[in-house]
Design a protein around this ligand. Sequence first.
Ligand code: NAP
Length: 336
Amino acid sequence: MNVVEQDKIPQITLSSGEKIPCIGMGTFGSDRVTPEQVSKAVLGAIKCGYRLFDCAAIYGNEHLIGAVFEQAVNEGIIKREELFITSKVWNNMHGRGDVLLSCAKSLKDLRLDYIDLYFIHWPFPNYHPPGCDGDTRNPDSRPYNHEKFMATWREMEKLVDEGLVRHIGTSNVTIPKLKLILRDARIKPAVNEMELHPCFQQGELFQFCLDHDIQPIGYSPIGSPNRPERDRTPDDLADTAQPVVVEIAEKHGIHPALVCLKWAVQRGQIPIPFTTTKKNYLANLKCITEDPLTPSEMEAMKSVERNCRLIKGQVFLWEGADSWLDLWDVDGTITT
Ligand SMILES: NC(=O)c1ccc[n+]([C@@H]2O[C@H](COP(=O)([O-])OP(=O)(O)OC[C@H]3O[C@@H](n4cnc5c(N)ncnc54)[C@H](OP(=O)(O)O)[C@@H]3O)[C@@H](O)[C@H]2O)c1
């Protein structure tokens, strides 16, 4: 198997001083890819040179991925400290005591003594069953409540104090929410995981994170081309079909997906592309070590922005909410 040498993969220094690779691998198989296929790909990816894996309890595969981490360490392919593993507490585990329980379960499943970066997956404690239809609403769902969020964050801070996690992060938050979190957190988020791809560049939130020493991780970096039907709307755009992306890809003789990843890394976000196809995960890692986009291509990529959010989160809406836009504080204030 081809291997990308570690010294060719740039690292980013977090506010803690610790380093994180500039690209990782997603592990959300959704309806299309089984946990077995994902864990097999994780092993293949470790062998290729990946060190950062974006995991989550709700992905339903941490127990198999953990077996792979253990195998890779036992076989001497990798040392634990070379890996950078994330996990996330799901929406139904925000309560007092539940965060510790959730973290303990992920630690056990992932077969780790500590998690490098632990997220609150969504800023709402709004549960929906995995794979449910886009129109499903839970009558118990509520809008963002900062006091409740901070109670959950305090539990996250305790995990850092106890050495169970090294960093904590936010995911799917907005600038108004982050402002309050930064005001009230004892341990500030080291990272914010957010949807980022050429048609959805989130310029303001991205810059806000950089200005506050919060490293952005970009999910769906290729525009999640194989997401399920329930996560699609007629207005959604395909990043890999955008003329500017296609033209740059042709110039470099690469797949448009790789243009999205080069752009992401050169912009300063950490993309976490998902694939279980060996050819693709190797290409995704290798592409960030060679033949970068030129400054004028990086400039041209700015024009691909279309404010096209793909993961709208509508299943987390509460009764009385107008639309999925309510989750994203689009007028600059928190929707309550
Ligand atoms: N924090 C959150 O709330 C959140 C939300 C969504 C996602 N995430 C994370 O982000 C990760 C990635 O997001 P995503 O899966 O939605 O989207 P994505 O990475 O943008 O797209 C994944 C799709 O791209 C295709 N692909 C990958 N590499 C390719 C290549 N080199 N050439 C052509 N096609 C390629 C894959 O197809 P093949 O499998 O056929 O290669 C796969 O179906 C997830 O796995 C998860 O870890 C987090």
